[in-house]
Design a protein around this ligand. Structure first.
Ligand code: 1PR
Length: 552
């Protein structure tokens, strides 16, 4: 499409959106200069990061006025996430006014009542219902830009425009998060915008993008406007995790350990090879994974920034995987052989530009937490958590925790926070504390998990990926005592990891601990349990999860 332009102000992962547009068979050009905006026949504006930053960039580059002019001209426009928020008059997040195309202000979610950011797959309730005059199935699907009440879409944001009947000219869909109902998409004439990320919403999201790109999403005048009905549809997420390293032949492979030992016991200690990272990621996407996580498990080895093997993996994976991608391992300050130091946020930036939506920090988070306590719980703004969260938002910073049990007979035997164990320790101990480790579990530190997660939350992390070394690769179910303890200690979302062996284990961890997501590796790699079985089991027992949807 010659006149399709994307407005990118250089703030993060737009590669996924470009890939999604390409996947749908369209080419696009980037707006490089204000005059390009007025040249466009169709314009997409993805927003990443903070509202103030987006508006500042638009104003500084001279884009705001042409953008308003373009919208007023009636040519097709699609905004995404912050790209939708900027259409409003302003945001509580910043003093800088918005474009003012739509009345209203973006407000922060109430953190007292729920985890913020709102992160995950949620429904979009269609409020502007088009009278359906066509019997053609494909056209029917594309009405309302392909958004329908049966699908769920991927959201990640801390601010939103509260739903109000006064906005009903504009509101296409609303979404409920906990006690709040917000505007999840708007449409009027040829202006269309979503708070969710279609490029990260699997096939349901690709259908939305396609309807905008193909021009069939344009709504007719026969609309019935409805009020939202209460519904809680935020789903539990299932994450496929790929531990990646180079094997002894020098190939990058997906591997999987037992309690972090990834070498075969039987055949001379080779690194277990369970497949190729890009291919496996694609398979899990098509099978219904809600997210895919890559962990570079030999990241403790120093590697120059330009040679990071996972950059290429991400670039290629993001061409075929349209759900959020997380990358972990080696997110820290990196020193090149010539002595050039790249701060952690620069390393993270390389990953975001290569297609990652989040980075996961392991060892460096432990050191940051230790420093935080040593300084009397002061934040100095220099840690990787703080610098990355500031530049890319808290939602982009995951903390990967690698704890192991340390048994004690009595809680008073250790200064650390203990929990009662469900199975006694080797000497009949009834309690344990969970010790944080660094360097892939090779070194234990004098820090317990509770100290780590509370410090990281205070430093601005957006999510916790909670492994358990004792459970890793055992197929014996998740470590509920640990997970419950962490879930209660923080407000940010928690991903349970380590030990999944069958679909019932996912049901158990969601029911027993109320975590937002559960991650598994071995059972998926070894094809012992298809992702589809996990999803259908959860749906059959009433745990809300995104149904597998893999038809474009
Ligand atoms: O310290 O920031 O460079 O990050 C290193 C990252 O690599 C951390 O996220 C750490 O968890 C990970 N890692 C390091 N060594 C290993 C190893 O296995 N030898 N993998 C490792 C950790 C844990 C999960 C695993 C789940 C589920 N793997 O990713 O996939 O436990 O497994 P299961 O379902 O098969 O039980 P840094």
């Amino acid at each position: 499409m010659p006149g399709l332009y994307m407005l990118d102000y250089g703030a993060g992962n737009v590669r996924s959106l470009v890939n999604a547009v390409n996947r749908l068979g369209y080419d696009l050009q980037f707006v490089k200069d204000p005059s390009d905006i007025l040249k466009a026949d169709k314009l997409i504006f993805p927003g990443v990061g903070a509202f103030g930053h987006a508006m500042e960039a638009l104003n500084k580059k001279g884009y705001s006025e042409p953008l308003k002019e373009y919208i007023a001209s009636g040519r097709p426009f699609m905004g995404i996430c912050v790209g939708m928020q900027t259409l409003f008059e302003g945001s509580e997040e910043s003093d800088i006014p918005g474009l003012g195309v739509i009345p209203g202000i973006t407000k922060e979610f109430n953190k007292e009542t729920k985890a913020v950011p709102h992160m995950g797959w949620n429904a979009a309730q269609v409020l502007k219902e088009q009278e359906n005059t066509t019997t053609d199935e494909q056209t029917q699907q594309l009405i309302n830009y392909g958004i329908n009440n049966d699908s769920v879409y991927y959201f990640v944001h801390s601010y939103a425009v509260p739903y109000s009947p006064a906005l009903k000219d504009w509101v296409l869909t609303s979404t409920q998060y906990g006690d709040e109902v917000f505007v999840s998409s708007v449409q009027k004439g040829n202006v269309f915008a979503t708070q969710f990320h279609p490029e990260k919403s699997g096939f349901a999201g690709l259908r939305v993008l396609r309807s905008f790109l193909s021009g069939t999403g344009v709504v007719n005048d026969n609309v019935i406007i409805k009020e939202p009905v209460p519904q809680q549809k935020l789903t539990k997420r299932i994450i496929a995790c790929l531990d990646v390293r180079t094997n002894d032949q020098g190939d990058l492979v997906v591997t999987k350990g037992d309690q972090y030992d990834v070498r075969e016991k039987s055949d001379g200690g080779d690194v277990r090879n369970l497949g190729k990272p890009v291919e496996l990621a694609r398979r899990y996407f098509e099978e219904g994974a809600d997210e895919v996580t890559f962990l570079n498990i030999t990241s403790f080895r120093n590697c120059p920034l330009g040679d990071l093997p996972m950059l290429e993996v991400l670039k290629r994976a993001s061409e075929t995987v349209f759900v959020p991608l997380t990358i972990g391992g080696g997110i820290r300050d990196v020193t090149d052989p010539d002595g050039t130091v790249h701060p952690a946020f620069e390393v993270a930036g390389e990953y975001f530009r290569s297609g990652a939506d989040k980075v996961s920090i392991g060892s460096d988070a432990v050191y940051a937490a230790e420093k935080y306590y040593e300084s009397g719980q002061k934040k100095d703004g220099t840690t990787a958590i703080e610098t990355i969260a500031k530049a890319y938002g808290a939602q982009a910073v995951v903390i990967s925790v690698d704890p192991r049990r340390v048994y004690v007979a009595n809680p008073s035997d250790t200064p650390h926070h203990t929990v009662k164990v469900s199975q006694a320790g080797p000497n009949g101990e009834q309690y344990c504390w969970y010790q944080c480790t660094v360097k892939g579990g090779r070194e234990g530190r004098d820090l317990d998990v509770r100290q780590l997660v509370t410090a990281c939350e205070a430093l601005g992390a957006g999510e916790i990926l909670l492994n358990c070394m004792d459970r890793d690769g055992t197929n014996s179910g998740y470590e509920h005592e640990l997970i419950r303890d962490v879930r209660d200690a923080v407000r940010i979302p928690v991903i349970a990891s380590s030990g999944a062996g069958n679909p019932k284990h996912f049901e158990d961890v969601f029911r027993e601990t109320n975590v937002e997501a559960a991650l598994a590796a071995g059972i998926f790699h070894r094809r012992e349990v298809p992702l589809q079985d996990v999803k259908s089991h959860l749906l059959s027992v009433g745990v809300q999860t995104r149904p597998v949807d893999n038809i474009l």
